[in-house]
Write a new protein. Structure first.
Length: 319
């Protein structure tokens, strides 16, 4: 969901109530004061109210309310619980976890904070606020996800291999379509995982049951639409989605081979982080998966499981 932008409206002046009185004393029988009013005169009760509360239009929030004025390290805003953010744990959202992992792999020092798409100045998560200091009052520009790779390469301590071209793109397509489709179905559309979806995305956003129901419908509709567009089918076929995910995992395990990192690289890079963003969450014991089909499929590929464990140990257990 994208944010709305527009010019900042100016505050309107206070609306003042007006009343004019005319008095005549031309005769003893007419000695009174009368009030006259026009079509555009604000009634007195409203005028008194506006005197206390002038009409104002507040500007939109440019950054989350909890953004500190001074940050010693960059802050990555992701889908995560407040408690997990304080402990620096992985995000439960694959798109956020991908960049959280990549920045750790290249050695960028940063902290994470909980946020959501509505609070994001870019309209989506993740985004990063660079470090700032109290001596520099100028606000830093948020960095959207499509610029985080270059940011990591510029600021990181380690230099992973660059893009390998068409060969890598073919495997990225497996992640972006086949594995993502199975993920979307498992979390958003499988009835067995409705409680998990509510726990991760819906309950933290609102306590209103009608709003929760509306949010659930919106999330499911968006997931269904994305899957149908990706597959080109007229209806969602869970059996086909899981079969295609299994084929994608098989291809990834083959290209990984006996190497520590994908494509034989000496340092784990963005592709490793992208694979990890799915494999970690699919096998994460802390997520109450009821439909465990995707978990069962991934466990058939031990090299991918070991790759997941290496990334986690490197990025979290060793830090």
């Amino acid at each position: 969901m994208s944010g709305m932008t527009g010019e900042r409206p100016q505050a309107s002046p206070r609306a003042q109530g007006t009343s004019t009185s005319t008095s005549t004393s031309t005769s003893a029988s007419t000695s009174a004061s009368t009030s006259t009013s026009g079509w555009f005169t604000i009634p007195s009760p409203f005028a008194r109210l506006f005197k206390k509360f002038p009409l104002l239009t507040y500007p939109p929030n440019e950054l989350p309310a909890r953004s500190p004025a001074a940050r010693d390290v960059p802050t990555l805003y992701v889908f995560i619980s407040d408690e997990d953010a304080l402990n620096g744990l992985p995000s439960f959202n694959p798109s956020c976890l991908k960049w959280q992992t990549f920045l750790r792999l290249v050695g960028v020092d940063f902290c994470v904070r909980s946020s959501n798409n509505h609070a994001s100045p870019t309209g989506a998560l993740p985004f990063l606020l660079p470090a700032s200091a109290s001596s520099n009052p100028r606000p830093q520009r948020p960095i959207p996800s499509n610029k985080l790779e270059q940011y990591g390469l510029d600021k990181g301590k380690f230099k992973p291999p660059g893009d390998l071209g068409p060969r890598q793109e073919a495997y990225e397509s497996l992640l972006d379509h086949r594995i993502r489709n199975a993920w979307l179905y498992t979390l958003y559309l499988s009835p067995a995982n409705a409680d998990l979806l509510n726990h991760l995305y819906i309950a933290p956003a609102t306590s209103s049951w009608p709003v929760r129901a509306a949010m659930a419908n919106q999330l499911r509709y968006a997931a269904e639409l994305e899957i149908l567009r990706s597959t080109g089918r007229d209806a969602i076929d869970p059996t086909a989605l899981y079969r295609e995910a299994k084929e994608a995992f098989a291809a990834l395990e083959t290209v990984l081979g006996n190497n520590h990192w994908f494509f034989g690289a000496e340092i784990a890079g963005l592709f490793d982080a992208t694979v990890f963003s799915y494999t970690y969450l699919i096998l994460h014991d802390g997520l109450a998966w009821e439909n465990r089909r995707l978990n069962q499929i991934l466990n058939e590929f031990p090299r991918l499981v070991r790759h997941r464990d290496r990334i986690y140990q490197h990025c979290w257990e060793s830090q």
